[in-house]
Ligand binder design. Structure first.
Ligand code: ATP
Length: 492
């Protein structure tokens, strides 16, 4: 990370705390590593991101429905899905600093350093060796790469490493009141399995016809070996996942469709296209026959926000095998020979986005420090240029002074607008200071009530990005705000 980006990222994190977006969990007890709480504005922004996803997936697609499955699930589910045996990261400890790392991350950092130093050949070779070692799950090979490339611990600076071991990422706990009847259960590491095991429930009760999708937003838990980059990698996080069930043989068409549709969802927020890129997976998970990440250019580089995976019939077949229940769909549409397609286990395309990563992306992308100095006066502001539909507060009502009936009039306007929009009221400090406070939290509109308002019922409305002001009828406010923050702007 360059110094500028490093500083920018630190500032975003500081800003998120200062204005009540994100706090370290259990902060007064010195915090809990890689766990975060969303504050008063963070909760609003997060809800808006969720709503955007839910509306665009569920509301905009007649053949996608949403569910909310439990976090606890039958432990056999995680056997069937492969998580008990295979959901692990290769980890390595430095014996001097006692710090634990993901072996692949250490090597990736080295690749990035080679690239930075213009040693492209070395970077490419190491990347190929890393991919080969990961594909073969070859732990000694990872250790050899760390040794051969003289990778040292960033903390102790030594190369005194343990062997590379696999570390399962699932959290487990006991279910049942008595120790004897307790059974080990897991906190789900992904929301997808809650969809798979409900596939037939939803298909039958909703009379769904293939192709159709099931969407879900919910918490997932992973005991990540290392926590890095703020809310980028957390131990408790939220996912927004959709499984799209298709006829076998059509999965590549749908994969292409969702790959494109998901990027469009991101770009509709107005984010510059060059901040995004696709990254095709060289190493496919055991269940996938195609996989791509949508990556965003965070201050610390391009990183995954969302994955689109063609998961074949792996999960449903596994659940059929482990539960002994048929997970088949009867397709009575006719094929080329005029016969029904019949019974089959559908193939699945999955889109999976981390809500917290999307939140971080949104904050990083919106955060701007602007120098507004003129010849006579130094001035600056920090503004969150959030898409108005996502902004936690839509407008702030401000009486120019605290007397002459202006607060009462401002309250009257506020009471009307709060029926539709999340609003703030602010009568403290100068108008300029109040504007800056709203800029810092991304509020698209400030509405000022002055003496003229009492005479002709007009107000000043000030726009966040242009900082321009205009005088409008108070009765028009609903309309003006409504237009700019409408979901239509994102969903069309
Ligand atoms: P990574 O390679 O970064 O560990 P992953 O490939 O394991 O991610 P998936 O299992 O595909 O991730 O999960 C889908 C999405 O969930 C990711 O694209 C990411 O946005 C989010 N996600 C995964 N792990 C975490 C985490 N520990 N903290 C926050 N978000 C996460």
């Amino acid at each position: 990370m360059s110094k500028n980006n490093d500083e920018l990222f630190k500032n975003v994190i500081g800003h998120a705390k200062e204005y009540g977006f994100v706090f370290q969990s259990s902060e007064i007890y010195d915090g809990l590593s890689a766990v975060y709480d969303y504050g008063q504005l963070g909760a609003e922004l997060k809800n808006n991101i969720k709503t955007y996803w839910w509306k665009s997936m569920v509301q905009m697609h007649e053949n996608i429905v949403g569910i909310d499955s439990a976090i606890f699930m039958h432990p056999k589910i995680w056997k069937a899905s492969g998580h008990v045996d295979g959901f692990a990261d290769p980890m390595i400890d430095n014996k001097d600093s006692k710090k634990r790392y993901r072996a692949d991350n250490l090597i990736e950092d080295k690749i990035a350093r080679y690239e930075k130093d213009g040693k492209t050949d070395k970077a490419l070779k190491l990347q190929a060796d890393l991919d080969a070692a990961l594909t073969a799950d070859d732990l000694p090979a990872l250790k050899s790469l760390i040794e051969a490339h003289e990778i040292a611990c960033p903390v102790s600076g030594t190369r005194n490493w343990t062997d590379v071991r696999q570390f399962n990422l699932m959290f487990s706990t006991q279910m049942g009141a008595m120790a004897e009847d307790s059974d080990e259960v897991y906190l789900r590491p992904e929301t997808a399995q809650g969809i798979f095991v409900n596939f037939l429930n939803v298909q039958k009760s909703g009379r769904m016809k293939i192709p159709f999708g099931i969407a879900q937003i919910g918490k997932a838990f992973r005991n990540e070996v290392i926590a890095r980059q703020f809310i980028m990698r957390m131990r408790e996080f939220e996912q927004m996942e959709m499984q799209f069930f298709v006829r076998p043989g059509t999965e590549m068409e749908w994969y292409a469709y969702w790959k494109q549709a998901r990027l469009k969802w991101h770009l509709a927020l107005g984010t510059p296209e060059e901040k995004y890129r696709y990254h095709d997976h060289a190493k496919l998970a055991h269940y996938a026959n195609a996989a791509v990440d949508i990556e965003f250019d965070f201050p610390f580089g391009f990183k995954e926000v969302e994955g689109i995976h063609s998961r074949t019939d792996f999960d449903l077949s596994q659940h059929q095998k482990f539960s002994g229940k048929k997970m088949q769909y009867f397709d009575n549409d006719l094929n080329e020979d005029g016969k029904p397609f019949g019974n089959y286990i559908p193939y699945v395309i999955e889109t999976s986005i981390g809500l917290d990563r999307m939140f971080l992306l949104t904050m990083c992308n919106a955060y701007e420090e602007q120098d507004l100095s003129t010849e006579d006066r130094k001035d600056s502001r920090t503004v969150l240029k959030l898409h108005p539909t996502l902004a936690p507060v839509k407008a702030c009502v401000m009486p120019l002074t605290k007397k002459d009936g202006l607060p009462e009039k401002a309250r009257e306007i506020m009471d009307q607008l709060k029926l539709d929009f999340n609003m703030q009221y602010d009568e403290k400090d100068s108008i300029g200071k109040r504007y800056r406070r709203q800029d810092a939290i991304g509020t698209p509109f400030c509405i000022t009530i002055d003496h003229q308002t009492l005479e002709d019922n007009t107000v000043t409305i000030r726009h966040r990005d242009s900082m321009e002001q205009e005088r409008v009828e108070a009765s028009e406010l609903d309309n003006i705000i409504g237009k700019l923050v409408s979901w239509k702007n994102l969903l069309k």
